[in-house]
Design a protein around this ligand. Structure first.
Ligand code: GLN
Length: 227
């Protein structure tokens, strides 16, 4: 031990990107706290493990790197379980089903993904929306947050934004000039990620999720955050 500061063995260091409401965002009583569905689940994982929860907010694109560098123990960031990511991290059991939505101006209709072909699309860097957008067009602009991508759309710089459904609805709420349309995208499943081979933490996360689903706390949190 170097003796410089906190005892890390008693902390659960969770990486997130707090621009993804209602999963993780800045809010709370004084508007400076990182809160959300994922954060509450992570709190319970820490409590069940007898550890102190420490949240580290960073770019979505940096989370896997930080995990593999040992800077964080776990990612709680509405992260979709994908094969590509599974090459670098281990995922918990899925805890939420999501899909991408197409955000556009209210008077522009997107009813099929075909209509995205060749369009200008803004996304959040390193997300599944980013990967999918590239299947439709070479004109993809990637931002560090979904808010910035939506701003680009509002400013008329792009035709559409591809973003996860619940955060998309959240971001466009109160913006009558924008809408979010469901096209035929396949479901995605969010998982918490741990470093490859961290069986102890993975087992803890899965058992916490399991218990919370069984005793109703998971459902309670869902209805609290998904309004
Ligand atoms: N679910 C998407 C992904 O995993 C977006 C996550 C996010 O922006 N926090 O890429």
């Amino acid at each position: 031990l170097t003796g410089c500061g906190a005892d890390k063995t008693n902390q659960l260091i969770v990486g997130t990107n707090a621009t993804f409401p209602p999963f993780e965002y800045v809010g709370g009583a004084n508007g400076t706290e990182i809160i959300g569905f994922d954060i509450d689940l992570a709190k319970q994982v820490a409590a069940d493990a007898g550890k102190e929860l420490v949240i580290k907010d960073m770019k979505f694109d940096s989370l896997v790197v930080a995990l593999n560098a040992g800077k964080i123990d776990m990612i709680a960031a509405g992260m979709t379980i994908t094969e590509e990511r599974q090459a670098n991290v281990d995922f918990s059991t899925p805890y939420y089903e999501a899909t991408q939505l197409v955000i556009s101006h209210h008077d522009v209709d997107f009813s099929s993904s075909e209509q995205l072909k060749g369009k200008k699309i803004a996304v959040q860097l390193g997300t599944t929306g980013d990967t999918m957008a590239k299947d439709f067009t070479t004109d993809v602009s990637a931002f560090n947050t979904g808010f910035e991508a939506v701003m680009e759309l509002a400013n008329g710089k792009v035709d559409a934004v591809l973003f996860d459904a619940a955060p998309a609805q959240n971001i466009i709420a109160g913006k009558p000039k924008l809408k979010a349309s469901k096209v035929e995208f396949t479901p995605e499943y969010y998982g918490f990620a741990v470093a490859k081979g961290d069986h102890e933490l993975l087992t803890q996360i899965n058992s916490t999720l399991d218990n919370m689903k069984t005793d109703g706390r998971y459902q309670q949190l869902l209805s609290q955050y998904m309004k």
